[in-house]
Design a protein around this ligand. Structure first.
Ligand code: TXA
Ligand code: MG
Length: 322
């Protein structure tokens, strides 16, 4: 059952309580409706991908009630601060390096070293974010492959029965997604045009370059550009999939009862739960990649259904020759 909540004090409090308990709540922003989950809880973030029916993990935007809260989770540059002062709250998303104290789950950034952050302008969204008092990860609230929803009814068409609630704050005034600007490199790169105009951004920080959003960059067929390879987290160690046995000099990414004899084990999910495994995937790859003295990472088979598709997609990328 998906609750439809009005944009009242009580409705916002109910939405915040559901989010804080690990639930999924769609909420309106000035751009489009987002499908929110507590960004600090990996299993809650995993539910987003499950509900959207996405066959791969893509990095999500973390939403905050103000710039100060956003800049606690990323390393803000002077450029970022100038843009925040000019555009927040508003339809601009900034991609910045994750800070050492970043509270956002690695799954929300799909294992990347960067995190996309934004402060939306809608007053109901801001009230919700203040009530949650933690970053809320939210992609557009549509099923995978469908267009972004701009009314609560659009959200219900795609996601009713798959999420806990929809906070109905009326139609979204902007109606297109936020502009995504990557500030993690030496030059600012426009990854996705959106609600904040390029000219307005350039008036604040000077010329910016045009780039490709990760999603479309990923969709392009091989060979991949070197820039893309570095933007995607790949372990330094070779990755061996579908392991039925493990050598003494290999680290094991386990799913269910671990194979015996590995040099190190990271358990994705003892009970073979795909949601739990998704929530732990990027931490597991990083931890095992740092194991001293091993020659590779062996991965136990993971069934190809539900979130297993997205997990296997990511593992296949990690195992691809490079
Ligand atoms: O207006 C919006 O931005 C809406 C509302 C809900 O905030 N959200 C939204 O999220 O459109 P989504 O997930 O549908 O699109 C986010 C875009 C994707 O193209 C994603 O690849 C990119 O932002 N993105 C997110 N994190 C990134 C990162 N760390 N590096 C590069 N691109 C990133
Ligand atoms: Mg989207």
């Amino acid at each position: 059952m998906t609750e439809i909540l009005p944009a009242t004090t009580e409705g916002i409090a109910r939405a915040a309580a559901l989010l804080c308990a690990g639930g999924l709540v769609a909420f309106g922003t000035e751009t489009v409706y987002g499908l929110g989950a507590d960004a600090t809880t990996p299993t809650a973030v995993a539910r987003i991908f499950e509900a959207k029916g996405r066959p791969h993990f893509n990095p999500l935007i973390a939403h905050y009630p103000n710039a100060e809260a956003a800049f606690a989770d990323v390393i803000a540059t002077d450029t970022a601060r100038a843009l925040a002062a000019a555009f927040w709250p508003g339809p601009l998303t900034l991609v910045l390096p994750r800070s050492d104290t970043c509270k956002v789950a690695l799954l929300a950034s799909a294992g990347l070293d960067t995190q996309a952050v934004r402060v939306p302008a809608d007053p109901v969204a801001l009230a919700l974010l203040r009530a949650c008092n933690r970053p809320i990860a939210a992609p557009s609230a549509n099923r995978s492959g469908q267009v972004s929803p701009t009314t609560a009814a659009h959200v219900a068409e795609g996601l009713s029965g798959r999420i806990d609630a929809i906070l109905d704050s009326g139609p979204c005034p902007v109606g297109v997604e936020s502009t995504v600007l990557d500030l993690s490199g030496p030059v600012a790169v426009l990854l996705r045009p959106g609600g904040a105009m390029r000219e307005a951004i350039e008036a604040v920080i000077g010329p910016i370059q045009r780039g490709l959003p990760l999603a479309s960059a990923e969709a392009r067929s091989a060979p991949r550009s070197p820039g893309m390879l570095q933007s995607h987290y790949a372990p330094g160690l070779p990755v061996r999939l579908d392991a039925r046995d493990v050598a003494g000099n290999e680290a094991l990414l386990a799913f269910g009862a671990p194979l015996a004899g590995a040099a190190a084990v990271f358990q994705l999910s003892e009970g073979r739960d795909a949601n739990e495994a998704a929530a732990r995937l990027f931490d597991g790859l990083r931890v095992l990649d740092g194991t001293p003295g091993v020659r590779g990472i062996a991965v136990m088979p993971i069934p190809q259904d539900g979130l297993g598709l997205a997990i296997n997609d990511r593992l296949e990328r990690a195992a691809a020759p490079r």
